[in-house]
Structures are given as structure tokens and as C-alpha cells.
Design a protein around this ligand. Structure first.
Ligand SMILES: C[S@@+](CC[C@H](N)C(=O)[O-])C[C@H]1O[C@@H](n2cnc3c(N)ncnc32)[C@H](O)[C@@H]1O
Length: 306
């Protein structure tokens, strides 16, 4: 590909065919996003300027990304960006790429906040910081990753502050950066910890959300190579049945929620009933329900603290 007559359209067509032949997932979209990234254009611009030839330096940079994509590296790691909740998030290797179905977790938490919390003026019974005179409303996300969920919620709910917790230092660095870029850094408080083990018990949070690792061990090998070889195992793998992290969180979460507070958990395909049962066993929740994603999978489990 050194011919100066490589136009945008010719490059796109050639690359999409090449990717298709090599079994790359989403061949056309991959080609478009990578070329748009190299040229500093939107995907739409590519088609508006379809006959523009590429400079040798642009072709060279594109070729490097093309080879990495052929080897399975996710597009989001190659560009350093992924859109979520119509916001641009930075992503980096070592941190999970936010998924479209996780927007269901955001809308489930938002709906709960707007219907149950804002409407009734619910305040956490005690402040999250433990400081005298702290009357703000707090939420907590356990396992923030890139920060996509907590940043989207912070943007939508300007009256709330959030504790943003993860076990991974790499995730917290990326999440902190995303919070700053979206102007909500002042209302997000980042903590490194293992589930809620480092948090002082007390009904401090009006909302508790989590998208913890939930892939069962047996399903790991069936995941596409793009995920298995490039995304962090510790952000995805949830032990033998996928519930190794969700189970202890459900056991402990109730002590952090005041009456009327809401828990919302993302779960894997086929796990919703089991997680609802775990929540029922605590006898701490009412209005337990699961919510479907765009593919008809019960993706989020939600309940209201009695
Ligand atoms: C499936 S990812 C979700 C990331 C992000 N919330 C999202 O939805 O895109 C799970 C996250 O939980 C974190 N995690 C895994 N085990 C944890 C633990 N024991 N305590 C806290 N966070 C944990 C991982 O580092 C990862 O960032």
C-alpha cells in the first residue's frame, strides 16, 4: 500500500476485504474507525471526502494499526477511545472497554434515582464521608473500570456525589482522567479497594451500582480472541459460576443502603434469577426485578432497600 493513489474509499474497501478474509470481527467498522482516527476525521467525513488521497505518512500510520487489528487488538485500545452514553471515554489496555449493554445499568440507576430518590427527597441516613454537616446525596459504584458508568451517572445527576471504587490501580487512573475530562471530577471520590471491605458500614449511599466480573470459568475459552487475549481477565472472570464477586457484594450491600436506597447490578446471560434469589435471601429488599438489554437478555437486577 505505497501507491499515492490510495484514496480514502479505496483504502477502506481494501482494508475491509482484507479484515474479512482474516476473520477480523466487524471488518468494515474496524476499517472506518481506524482510518478516521489516523486522519483526525469523523466516520461520516470519510465518505464526504471519499476521493481524498492518503499521504504516505498517513498510510504508514494506518498500516501499523491495521496489522495490530488483524492480530485481534480491539479497536478501542488502538484509538484510545470508546463512546458510551453518547460521551467519549478514554480507554487503555488493562482497563475494560465499556459495553453498549452496560447503558442498561445506567438507565436502571437513573430511573431509580429520579422516581424514588429525587421525588421523595431521600437523603442517606449518614454522610458518606462521615464528616459533620455533609448533607449531600451519595452513590457508590463498585468496580468502576474506565469510569463510564459513574461518570455518566454523575453527569445526569448533578445533585449527587459518588464514591468510585475499584481494585485495579490502572482502572482508577483512567477513570479519574475521564471524570476530569467530563467535568465531574469534583463530585467523584476514587478509592482503591476489594469490594466494600474498606468502607465503614453505615447506610450512606442512596444508590449502589456495580458491573462486576461475571463470566463463568467454562465460558472464558468461548469468548472471542479479541477479548481473551487483550482485555483484563480480572475485569471479566467471575469464578466457576460467574458469581464469585456478586455473591459477597449482595451479602454486604444492604448495610450501606438506607430504606428507599437502590441496588442495581449488571449480570451475565442466565444469571438474573440466581442473583434475584440471592437478594431475596437477604430479606432486605422490595420491588426486586430484572431489566432486559437490547438483545432481550435479562441484564440488570434492581431492588429497593426496605
Ligand atoms: C466488568 S468491569 C466493569 C467496568 C465498568 N464499570 C464498566 O461497566 O465498563 C469490572 C471491574 O471490577 C473491578 N473489580 C474486579 N474485582 C474487584 C474487587 N474485588 N473489588 C473491586 N473492584 C473489582 C475490575 O478491576 C473492573 O474494573
Amino acid at each position: 500500500m505505497t501507491d499515492p493513489q490510495w484514496t480514502i474509499l479505496k483504502t477502506l474497501r481494501w482494508t475491509a476485504d482484507y479484515f474479512r478474509g482474516k476473520g477480523v470481527l466487524e471488518p468494515r467498522a474496524s476499517a472506518e474507525v481506524l482510518l478516521a482516527h489516523v486522519l483526525g476525521l469523523s466516520r461520516l467525513d470519510l465518505y464526504l471526502r471519499y476521493d481524498q488521497p492518503l499521504a504516505p505518512e498517513e498510510l504508514a500510520r494506518f498500516k501499523v494499526l491495521m496489522v495490530r487489528r488483524r492480530q485481534g487488538e480491539p479497536v478501542a485500545y488502538l484509538t484510545g477511545h470508546r463512546e458510551f452514553w453518547s460521551l467519549d471515554f478514554q480507554v487503555a489496555p488493562g482497563v475494560l472497554i465499556p459495553r453498549p449493554e452496560t447503558e442498561i445499568l445506567v438507565s436502571a440507576a437513573l430511573e431509580a434515582a429520579r422516581n424514588k430518590m429525587v421525588g421523595t427527597g431521600l437523603q442517606p441516613a449518614a454522610s458518606a464521608t462521615g464528616q459533620e454537616g455533609d448533607h449531600r446525596i451519595w452513590g457508590v459504584e463498585i468496580g468502576v473500570g474506565s469510569g463510564a458508568v459513574v461518570v455518566a451517572l454523575a453527569k445526569e445527576l448533578p445533585q449527587m456525589d459518588w464514591l468510585a471504587l475499584d481494585l485495579s490501580a490502572a482502572a482508577l487512573t483512567v477513570a479519574r482522567d475521564n471524570a476530569r475530562r467530563h467535568g465531574v471530577g469534583g463530585r467523584l471520590h476514587f478509592v482503591r479497594g476489594d469490594l466494600v471491605s474498606g468502607l465503614k458500614p453505615g447506610p450512606r449511599f442512596a444508590l449502589l451500582v456495580a458491573n462486576l466480573p461475571y463470566v463463568p470459568r467454562a465460558e472464558w475459552e468461548q469468548l472471542p480472541k479479541d477479548i481473551r487475549d487483550f482485555e483484563p481477565r480480572e475485569a471479566l472472570l467471575g469464578g466457576d459460576d460467574g458469581l464469585d464477586l456478586i455473591r459477597p457484594l449482595v451479602r454486604q450491600a444492604q448495610q450501606y443502603l438506607p430504606p428507599g436506597g437502590c441496588i442495581a447490578l449488571e449480570v451475565g446471560a442466565g444469571q438474573a434469577e440466581q442473583v434475584l434469589d440471592l437478594l431475596r435471601e437477604t430479606e432486605a429488599y422490595e420491588q426486586l426485578e430484572s431489566l432486559e438489554d437490547y438483545q432481550g437478555i435479562q441484564r440488570v437486577v434492581r431492588g429497593r432497600r426496605r
